[in-house]
Write a protein that binds this ligand. Structure first.
Ligand code: ZN
Ligand code: ZN
Length: 381
């Protein structure tokens, strides 16, 4: 009997991940309240959607969450009435036929109470700030706050780690599918399409970024997303891909060789692999992100390749594909158990080819756990 490659994913195993336990939202909001207190705000306005999802579970595209000492209130427009009632926990709902910003403005104006409210300076736009101030000329002072919820999100709780593991496991299966179809002459987009179809059939919300299948000279582009170009008869193909499953992202890169193998290709691949392993070995609590980055760079320096490593070593992953901490030169942030990061050194020769190897890791109390299960031996197809 014909068995389609995605049939093995037709299992309800991801369904249980769809709903958070309400307890988690309450705990997260309480941690935010400690930050609100420390900053001497009366309230904190959360406008960045991934932060809203983290704190109360809402997955829609329009909403605001006001967190105060005595409780939280979530504002959204009537399109999200049913969804907000289903998803939001740990907050009262204010839903109306107006924008969330107008609803919030009315809510605060009705109270006639002075307040200083922290806003997410990286996300709340100047236009939104002006509009809100128009509603509340003298009552409310808006104070810029930076990365407040993002700092809470740095360390993942057990529910988040469970979701990330599932996303990484699904992501890794996409590479197996890629190897089944990746050949000289097949278009990059065709390989990407097979991977993306598998992801969606398995229940992925979407891809965590545009799938990168970059062959031949395009493999030297660190962000060479799949094009209609056929895969070159000889050279590296960088495959960098990830899924979002139940809200959480995966991110993985493997580089495969097409055609007759050259010594040069093997030498460069081995150097990148050693640099990646050295950085993984350096990951443990107490080490700075900058130290992990320089560990990878030193290995490539010894191989005479340091100047071809043109980006940072890694980044945090969670509800967003790129989040804190940045694993980059000079980053003083210290790694802590529960952080989830990538380690992804790469070496690029413009006009020729490039190599990158990327895994996702969880920092543990004694070191780290590599979450990505895929092997890293040199593969030639
Ligand atoms: Zn990646
Ligand atoms: Zn990455």
């Amino acid at each position: 009997m014909y068995c389609s490659p995605w049939q093995r994913f037709r299992t309800p195993k991801y369904v249980r991940l769809i709903h958070w336990r309400p307890m988690e939202h309450k705990m997260r909001q309480d941690k935010l309240r400690e930050c609100i207190d420390a900053a001497h705000f009366d309230a904190f306005l959360v406008s960045h959607l991934p932060n809203i999802r983290y704190l109360c579970g809402f997955t829609g595209s329009a909403g605001l969450l006001l967190v105060e000492e005595r409780g939280s209130t979530f504002f959204s427009d009537s399109r999200y009435d049913t969804q907000a009632h289903e998803e939001v926990t740990g907050a009262k709902l204010v839903i109306g036929r107006k924008s969330p910003l107008e609803l919030l403005g009315e809510f605060l104006r009705r109270r006639r109470k002075k307040a200083s409210i922290g806003i997410e300076a990286e996300h709340f736009t100047l236009a939104e700030k002006k509009r809100l101030q128009k509603f509340l000329p003298s009552l409310v002072r808006l104070k810029d706050a930076h990365s407040t919820v993002e700092r809470l999100r740095l360390v993942k709780d057990s529910e988040e780690l469970a979701r990330i593991r599932e996303a990484v496991a699904l992501g890794a299966r996409l590479f197996e599918r890629a190897l089944e179809v990746l050949r000289a002459g097949v278009s990059e987009t065709e390989v990407a399409a097979e991977m993306e179809l598998l992801a969606r059939r398995a229940g992925a919300d979407k891809m965590s970024f545009e799938t990168i299948i970059a062959s031949g000279p395009r493999s030297a582009l660190p962000h060479g997303r799949a094009s209609a170009q056929p895969i070159s008869p000889a050279g590296f193909v960088v495959c960098d891909f990830g899924v979002i499953l139940a809200g959480y992202c995966s991110d993985q890169t493997r580089t495969v060789w097409v055609g007759a193998v050259s010594d040069d290709a093997r030498r460069v691949y081995d150097a990148v692999r050693q640099a990646q392993q050295a950085a993984i070995d350096a990951v443990r609590p107490g080490v700075t992100a900058g130290e992990v980055d320089s560990t990878a760079r030193k290995v490539l320096q010894k191989a005479g390749l340091a100047k071809h490593f043109t980006h940072s070593t890694g980044h945090g992953v969670g509800l967003e594909i790129h989040e804190a901490p940045r694993i980059a030169a000079g980053q003083k942030g210290v790694l802590e158990p529960g952080m989830v990061i990538t380690i992804e050194p790469g070496v690029y020769f413009p006009g020729k080819w490039g190599v990158r190897i990327e895994d996702m890791l969880a920092v543990t109390p004694t070191g780290c756990e590599v979450l990505t299960p895929t092997g890293k031996d040199f593969i030639a197809v």
